[in-house]
Design a protein around this ligand. Structure first.
Ligand code: IPM
Ligand code: SF4
Length: 466
C-alpha cells in the first residue's frame, strides 16, 4: 500500500517507536515565541540541562509586543515580563532571537517562511497552534505544549501520537474575488470545528496550483480551526520559487538536488486516507462568520441562521448561545451587520498579498466615520514591503491606522490592542471565540478584501457593493 505525504515525512523522522500509537520524532526546526515558553526554559534550567541544538531553534517576539511606541518600555506588566524572559532565555541558551524593532521580527508563522526556516519534508514544531501554516511548504508542522517545548529544547526530539490522514480534495477553481480565507471558512462550515480531529489534512486538487504561497499559508493556517493536527500541501514550483530567494538556501547543484528530493514528496497514487472530503471551489462565495467559532460561517450574501436550522442538538444549543453573545437575530441579512472596528492582520492574513488586496479596495476611498480600521503587518518585512509599494500612503489617505510595528495585536488581544466590551469587529484573523479580541468583544471573521470593503461601508460588505 502506498504512503501519504504526511506518512512519508513522519517515517523519515522516526528515531524510534515508543508504543503502539506514538513515535519519538526528530524535529528539524523549533520556533519559539514569548508565550508558553518561559516555563519550558525554567524547567530545563531546573533539570540542569542545556539546549541540544540552539541552531535548530529560533525565537521571535509577537504576541505581547506593542504595535506603537515600540522604543518605550512595554506598558503591560505581563507582556513586559514574558518578553524580558524570552530575551534572557534566548541569550542564556544561545538561541537566535528576532526582537521587536529588528527588520526580521514578526509573527512567528510569518517570519518562519521569510527567513527560509521551513522547507518541504521538514518536521517543524512551535509552541503555537497555528504552526500548521507552514504546511504550505510541504512540511509537517504542528503546535506543541510547554512540556513538549522543553523536551525539544533538551533533545531536539518529540514523542508524538501518529496522526490519521485526511484528504481535502479541492475541485474546480475559485471565482474572482473569492479568497483562500473564504475557501477555508466554507470548508470548516462544512466539516465542523472537529472535522479534522486527530488527522493531518492534505489539501489536494488542481485549484491549489493557482493559489499563491500566501493563500496556501492562509489555508494551512486555519487547518487547526477544523481540529486537525496539521495541514499540508505537496510542494511544487510555486514553493521552490518562493524558497529560492530565501536566506540560507542551497545554491546551484545543491539546489537542484534538493528540488529533485522535494519532487518526491507527494502522496502515492494508491495511498489510503482515513477520511476524505471534497469541496468544489467554484461554488464557494465570500464567507463571514456569524457565531463564536469559525465553523459558524455563511456566505456574505446570506442571512444569520436560526438555531432551528440545526438538526444536531449540540449545534443548536451552540447557535443559540452564539447568537445571544453576538447580539444577532435569526434571518438578519449579513450585510446589515454594522461594525465599529476592522482589523487587517494576523498570521492568517497579515502578509503582503493581504495588504495589497486591502489597498486595492481602499484606494481613493475613505474609511467610514465611525469605524476604526487597524492594519497591523504580520512582520517587519511585510511592513517595509508595504511602504516600498506605497500602500502605507493608500492606508493613510483612506483614514486607516497602519501600525508601525508587526505582531499578533488584535488577533488575540494579548498586547495593548483590544476591543472594549460590546464592540464589534470584522477581522481577518482566525478565531472568533467569546472575548477573543477583548472581554465582551464580538468578532466576524472575513477575508482582507471584505475587511477593507466593510471598513468603507461601516457594515459587512463586498468590494463590489461599494
Ligand atoms: C498564545 C498561543 C499559545 C496561541 C495559540 O497556540 O494559538 C495563540 O497564538 C492563539 O492564536 O490563540
Ligand atoms: S496572529 Fe493570532 S493566531 Fe496567529 S499566532 Fe498570533 S495570536 Fe495566534
Amino acid at each position: 500500500m502506498g504512503l501519504t505525504l504526511a506518512q512519508k515525512i513522519w517515517n523519515a523522522h522516526v528515531v524510534r517507536p515508543m508504543d503502539s500509537d506514538s513515535d519519538l520524532l526528530y524535529v528539524d526546526m523549533q520556533l519559539l515565541h514569548e508565550v508558553n515558553t518561559p516555563q519550558a526554559f525554567d524547567d530545563l534550567r531546573a533539570a540542569g540541562r542545556r539546549v541540544r541544538r540552539p541552531d535548530l531553534n529560533v525565537g521571535t517576539e509577537d504576541h505581547n509586543t506593542p504595535t506603537v511606541a515600540i522604543d518605550k518600555v512595554i506598558r503591560d506588566p505581563a507582556g513586559r515580563r514574558q518578553t524580558t524572559m524570552m530575551r534572557q532565555n534566548c541569550e542564556e541558551f544561545g538561541i537566535p532571537l528576532h526582537r521587536l524593532g529588528d527588520d526580521t521580527q514578526g509573527i512567528v508563522h510569518v517570519i518562519g517562511p521569510e527567513l527560509g526556516l521551513c522547507r518541504p519534508g521538514m518536521t517543524i514544531v512551535c509552541c503555537d497552534s497555528h504552526t500548521t501554516t507552514l504546511g504550505a511548504f510541504g512540511a509537517l508542522a504542528f503546535g506543541i505544549g510547554t512540556a513538549q517545548v522543553e523536551h525539544v529544547l533538551a533533545t531536539q526530539t518529540l514523542v508524538s501520537k501518529r496522526p490519521r490522514d485526511m484528504a481535502v480534495n479541492i475541485t474546480g477553481h475559485l471565482r474572482p474575488g473569492v479568497t483562500a480565507k473564504d475557501l477555508v471558512l466554507a470548508l470548516i462550515a462544512q466539516i465542523g470545528t472537529g472535522g479534522g480531529q486527530g488527522h493531518v489534512i492534505e489539501y489536494r486538487g488542481e485549484a491549489l496550483r493557482d493559489l499563491s504561497m500566501e493563500a496556501r499559508m492562509t489555508l494551512c493556517n486555519m487547518s487547526v480551526e477544523a481540529g486537525s493536527k496539521a495541514g499540508l500541501i505537496a510542494p511544487d514550483k510555486m514553493v521552490y520559487g518562493y524558497l529560492k530567494s530565501c536566506p540560507g538556501m542551497p545554491q546551484s547543484a545543491d539546489w537542484e538536488r534538493e528540488v529533485a528530493h522535494w519532487e518526491t514528496l507527494r502522496s502515492d497514487d494508491d495511498a489510503v486516507f482515513d477520511k476524505e472530503v471534497t469541496i468544489d471551489a467554484s461554488t464557494v462565495l465570500p464567507h463571514v462568520s456569524w457565531g463564536t467559532n469559525p465553523g459558524q460561517s455563511v456566505a456574505l450574501d446570506g442571512r444569520v441562521p436560526s438555531p432551528l436550522d440545526f438538526d444536531d442538538p449540540t449545534e443548536r444549543v451552540a447557535a443559540e448561545r452564539a447568537l445571544a453573545y453576538m447580539e444577532l437575530k435569526p434571518g438578519m441579512a449579513m450585510r446589515d451587520i454594522s461594525v465599529d472596528t476592522v482589523f487587517i492582520g494576523s498570521c492568517t492574513n497579515g502578509r503582503i498579498e493581504d495588504l495589497r488586496a486591502a489597498a486595492t479596495v481602499l484606494r481613493d476611498r475613505k474609511v467610514a466615520r465611525d469605524v476604526h480600521l487597524m492594519i497591523v503587518p504580520g512582520s517587519a518585512k511585510v511592513r517595509m514591503q508595504a511602504i516600498a509599494e506605497g500602500l502605507d500612503e493608500v492606508f493613510r489617505e483612506a483614514g486607516a491606522d497602519f501600525r508601525p510595528a508587526a505582531g499578533c495585536s488584535l488577533c488575540a488581544a494579548l498586547n495593548e490592542d483590544r476591543l472594549r466590551p460590546g464592540q464589534r469587529a470584522a477581522s481577518t484573523s482566525n478565531r472568533n471565540f467569546e472575548g477573543r479580541q477583548g472581554k465582551g468583544s464580538r468578532t466576524h471573521l472575513v477575508s482582507p478584501p471584505v475587511a477593507a470593503a466593510t471598513a468603507v461601508a461601516g457594515r459587512l460588505a463586498l468590494p463590489t457593493d461599494l
